[in-house]
Ligand binder design. Structure first.
Ligand code: AMP
Ligand code: MG
Length: 417
């Protein structure tokens, strides 16, 4: 190939890219798409912040009590023995004590109540005794104890949440605690997707001989909905060059990213390749993984194209391992989530030849207090049941030459995907 464009020329024709190389290359290419909108706080759940959230005031706004007890001046307390303090009033959350706490005085105070002027320390109720209008405080109190300082969570003007953060339940609460009712979020990523294959029938239609139902579009519907994208479902496209070309053009006109399944393996790729070369800049990759060896990646107009394999499990592997983080970056998420690999004990032997990185489907469970993983039945790349029954991928590295029961292996939990 004489093409020097970044996508097309990246994979030397006959070399398989490692999973790490492919990921690094994808992530180096894509950058967040422009565009933001303001939404009411509740609607920001799951969205990505387009600007920093800055604290408009201190949080908490006032010094306040962390416990139920008595607000006192530390310098009222004797170094040893009990101190008798006169109780001059009460402070409740939302109903402050307006006076001053003088030397020798205490104010009964509840958790969250503003610390009265003059007081600097709270003595917990449990250690005190009350005797005709006075409270007896034992020795051993520490200055400032059981108080929360104004600005302790967030100082006025501090960045409470940085742009690029996804808004989850904690962020909703945090933004509410600042009194902010509307937030700037990145616009949703628009993702167009379709299935390719002459053998595919859409659900709701009878199967002709030799046909199978298109399942990939439903899997992708689930994955992309979880991602928080705006979905553009373009249906099933037969293996007909004119139809593929028309659909790709349509998709590139309306979407930030296009995901296709099928038609990228050797043989079929030759036929799709010619269309893609005409429409944009797309490279066909051979990945050193199983399942999910073939994949296309590139750009048509302004839209990124992820051409995933056709096999249903391979779709999920290549989506979760490659497309997902690229889509998150396009959506503006920063930093990308770390998906940890956990090391657990293999409950069964797994056959493998050295060479490729393999993603098997497994269930992680605690057996007698130890975490173990068991692979889920038939691991064929067309067997979606192996995904449905699983809660993790068992990730076997390139050089692994098989696993014995009792060996330690790495797993990647599905949670969050
Ligand atoms: P392909 O990559 O197009 O050669 O497809 C590989 C395998 O995946 C074939 O057995 C296809 O029938 C199957 N396949 C392709 N697309 C789909 C789909 N959308 N739903 C279910 N199976 C599919
Ligand atoms: Mg096909």
């Amino acid at each position: 190939m004489t093409d020097t464009s970044s996508c097309a020329s990246y994979a030397p024709e006959n070399r398989a890219l490692s999973a790490d190389e492919a990921r690094a290359h994808l992530l180096a290419q894509v950058a967040p798409v422009a565009g933001r909108e303001f939404v009411p706080l509740r609607s920001a759940l799951g969205r990505i912040l387009a600007a920093d959230i800055v604290a408009p005031h201190d949080v908490p706004a006032h010094d306040n009590s962390a416990m139920d007890g008595y607000a006192v001046r530390f310098d009222s307390l004797a170094g040893d023995g009990e101190t008798r303090l006169q109780v001059v009033g009460s402070a409740f959350a939302g109903n402050a004590f307006s006076g001053l706490v003088g030397k020798g005085q205490a104010v009964r105070i509840m958790t969250g109540a503003v610390l009265p002027a003059g007081a600097d320390t709270v003595v917990v109720q449990e250690v005190t005794r009350v005797e005709d209008g006075a409270v007896l405080v034992p020795a051993g109190q520490k200055k400032g104890q059981n108080t929360r300082r104004a600005g302790e969570d967030l100082a006025h003007g501090a960045v409470a949440l940085a742009a690029g953060k996804r808004v989850g339940p904690a962020e909703l609460g945090l933004i509410a605690s600042l009194g902010i009712a509307e937030v700037a979020v990145r616009r949703r990523l628009r993702v167009a997707f379709f299935s390719t294959g002459d053998e595919l029938a859409s659900i709701g239609t009878p199967l002709a001989p030799g046909q199978i139902y298109d399942s990939n579009r439903y899997t992708l519907h689930g994955l992309l909905t979880r991602l928080g994208a705006d979905l553009i479902d373009l249906g099933v496209v037969p293996d007909v060059p004119e139809a593929l070309e028309a659909t790709l053009r349509e998709a590139a006109g309306v979407a930030d990213a296009i995901i296709t399944t099928g038609g990228v393996s050797v043989g079929e790729a030759d036929f799709v390749r010619e269309i893609l070369a005409r429409l944009g800049e797309v490279g066909f990759w051979k990945l050193n993984i199983k399942p999910g060896r073939p994949m296309a990646f590139g750009k048509i107009g302004d839209a990124w194209l992820f051409g995933l394999p056709g096999n249903p499990v391979a779709v999920m592997v290549s989506y979760t391992q490659f497309a997902l983080d690229a889509l998150l970056r396009l959506s503006g998420l920063d930093p990308l989530p770390e998906r940890p690999l956990l090391t657990v004990t293999a409950a069964n032997a797994i056959r493998k030849q050295p060479g490729r990185r393999e993603y098997l489907r497994g269930t992680v469970a605690a057996v007698d207090g130890r975490w173990q993983v068991k692979t889920t039945g038939n691991q064929g790349s067309g067997v979606l049941r192996s995904m449905s029954e699983a809660n993790c991928f068992v990730v076997l590295p390139e050089d692994c030459a098989g696993v014995q029961a009792g060996d330690r292996v790495e797993v990647q939990l599905f949670e969050g995907v």
